[in-house]
Design a protein around this ligand. Structure first.
Ligand SMILES: Cc1cc2nc3c(=O)[nH]c(=O)nc-3n(C[C@H](O)[C@H](O)[C@H](O)COP(=O)(O)OP(=O)(O)OC[C@H]3O[C@@H](n4cnc5c(N)ncnc54)[C@H](O)[C@@H]3O)c2cc1C
Length: 396
């Protein structure tokens, strides 16, 4: 495998950079680079800027609005977005439910939902996990009973990311209780405005409202919102999880954060010298950088394979990607020590121009550190990914 960019790839990179220089609003860039909180409007605004350029779903087939870019070009685009500091294009629509609709949905579903996902007309959230059904997802209890041309949905989802903003939720529901766990699950698309849905916030360790509980009380869902066949939802659910795990790797963002770490470690002093010149600290940064380079190479290897359907390698990428993201936040907090302590919510939410302590780089970091404990849990916990690796890659 040749990892050198061709002249065409370099020209593509220049084009991507020029687009980002001209189109990324400076207020969004400032929020992302400084680890401040993004609003619903911030995410939608950036998504729609990219959509106008036709680039909001680079990996989709061209017939549905994808770009036709090669895997390397898509990687370059991700890298350039991360380098510039764009808000992320949230995965729930573009990378999660859309591939399922393309692979298993009917023509009417494709025609209705895909253009709306491309343009972020609908904000999607993911209704998989339930209390008691996270790792053991197939044990989920939310039911959907057929009543004429509707299903009646009852139950509860939890940890539903940004459901407070969502227009639509894709849900795993139990449609047959008389068969084995996996065999009785279906995949439903549900309008969040349907009567009977209640969204209740869960406040995370960083005091942010990022996840929710979602309750369904006799929610009427039209039968045409079923994806594929009734009771075949487990197959579609697993297909989606492969796409989710590849996306969590976030190499580009980790590269930007590594630069940020080096910058703060160069600007803060220990025993009269910049921290980056402390051999022990520098060794930790170097070790992390090597891990990140190795991960990037592995991502490229997976991306450039003939078949782009993610396999068990997605679990490897998820584990290493999430560990590296966590280690970056750990070293940032270590570098700044007590300066990283404040929880300055007004500054994080853009209500004040500067942090109450005066150190704008340091103020968001402990919140960031606590928030990123999530990366080894969501998308399937790292312990579960290691089980998949031992069984499906190592054959143990
Ligand atoms: C910030 C955040 C956002 C999330 N967003 C969403 C979302 O939008 N939609 C959604 O559906 N879900 C979401 N989740 C849920 C996430 O997928 C689950 O939390 C995850 O799958 C783990 O399930 P659990 O929390 O029920 O933990 P459990 O399954 O109860 O696991 C508890 C612990 O036991 C370990 N464990 C469990 N089984 C095994 C085993 N067989 N072998 C070894 N160890 C095991 C786990 O690794 C974990 O450490 C989110 C979670 C977080 C933290």
């Amino acid at each position: 495998m040749d990892l050198t960019y061709t002249a065409a790839d370099l020209a593509f990179r220049d084009m991507a950079r020029a687009f980002l220089d001209a189109n990324l609003p400076s207020d969004l860039q400032k929020k992302v680079r400084n680890h401040l909180r993004l609003s619903r409007q911030d995410y939608v605004r950036w998504h729609q800027i990219v959509a106008r350029q036709g680039w909001s779903a680079p990996a989709w087939p061209v017939e549905y609005g994808g770009t036709g870019w090669s895997a390397t070009q898509r990687h370059i685009w991700d890298e350039e977005c991360a380098r510039a500091g764009t808000p992320p294009i949230l995965p729930f629509g573009v990378n999660m439910v859309a591939p399922v609709i393309m692979a298993f949905g009917n023509e009417a579903q494709k025609a209705h939902y895909l253009p709306r996902i491309l343009n972020c007309d609908d904000w999607w959230c993911q209704g998989y996990s339930e209390p008691g059904s996270g790792s053991d997802l197939a044990s989920l209890k939310t039911t959907a009973e057929r009543a004429g041309d509707h299903y009646i949905v009852n139950g509860q989802k939890t940890w539903t990311t940004l459901a407070q903003h969502a227009d639509m939720i894709f849900c795993l529901v139990r449609t047959d209780t008389s068969v084995s766990k996996q065999a009785g699950i279906s995949f439903l698309l549900i309008d969040m405005k349907t009567p009977g849905i209640t969204v209740r916030p869960i406040i995370m360790l960083d005091e942010d409202h990022e996840v929710n509980e979602v309750f369904f009380d006799n929610v009427k869902v039209p039968v045409q919102n079923l994806i594929g066949q009734e009771n075949k939802g487990w197959t579609y659910a697993k297909y989606l999880l492969g796409h989710e795990r590849t996306g969590i790797t976030a190499v580009g963002r980790s590269k930007r954060e590594l630069l940020f770490l080096k910058k703060i470690a160069s600007e803060h002093f220990k025993h009269g010298k910049p921290l980056m010149q402390d051999p022990l600290f520098a060794a930790k940064v170097a070790s992390l950088e090597i891990d990140l380079m190795a991960l990037e190479t592995t991502v490229l290897r997976v991306l450039t394979r003939e078949s782009h359907t993610p396999g068990p390698e997605a679990s490897m990428l998820k584990v290493r990607g999430s560990e590296i993201q966590q280690q970056l936040t750990e070293l940032m907090v270590e570098a700044l020590g007590p300066d990283a302590m404040p929880f300055d919510t007004d500054y994080l939410e853009g209500k004040t121009d500067h942090a109450v302590t005066g150190d704008d780089a340091a103020a968001p970091l402990s919140g960031y550190y606590f928030n990123y404990r999530k990366t080894s849990i969501y998308g399937g916990s790292n312990e579960i990914q290691k089980n998949i690796i031992t069984q499906m890659i190592l054959g143990l």
